[in-house]
Design a protein around this ligand. Sequence first.
Ligand code: CA
Ligand code: CA
Ligand code: CA
Length: 145
Amino acid sequence: MAGIASRVTVCIQVVDENDNPPVFQELTYTGTISEAAPINSVVISEDGKPLVIEATDADKNHNALLVFQIVEDTAKLFFTVDSGTGSVRTIAKLDYEKFSAFYFSVNVRDSGRPQLTAEKPAKVLIRVVNINDSPPQFSQEAYDT
Ligand SMILES: [Ca+2]
Ligand SMILES: [Ca+2]
Ligand SMILES: [Ca+2]
């Protein structure tokens, strides 16, 4: 009122809203694994490197913390997708003679509130490599001639 001015610094913190769903980098992934691979082996992609499922989320912190989930029950028994790295690992012994390939969907969600899920799941094809692990067997123990 008397022509005196004063200044203050105002600091405004913008709080991140979970307004971006995760997005898969690619919608199809292909990998191979030997039926002799021990449990906890990584599936290998076509270029010889570990198969990694990649997704991005434009938010920050928890709102961008991604969790991958395999949709199909059968595939869930054999594989898991690491949430930190996106790599696909085995959690059970494989047998080419039972399942020579797996074709399944993977969903990704973030850890924000509410949780957001990718619009479309990614499709994963894993071919099991056959190993000569079954010796020939006689169908009967004794043969009468
Ligand atoms: Ca945001
Ligand atoms: Ca998000
Ligand atoms: Ca075999």
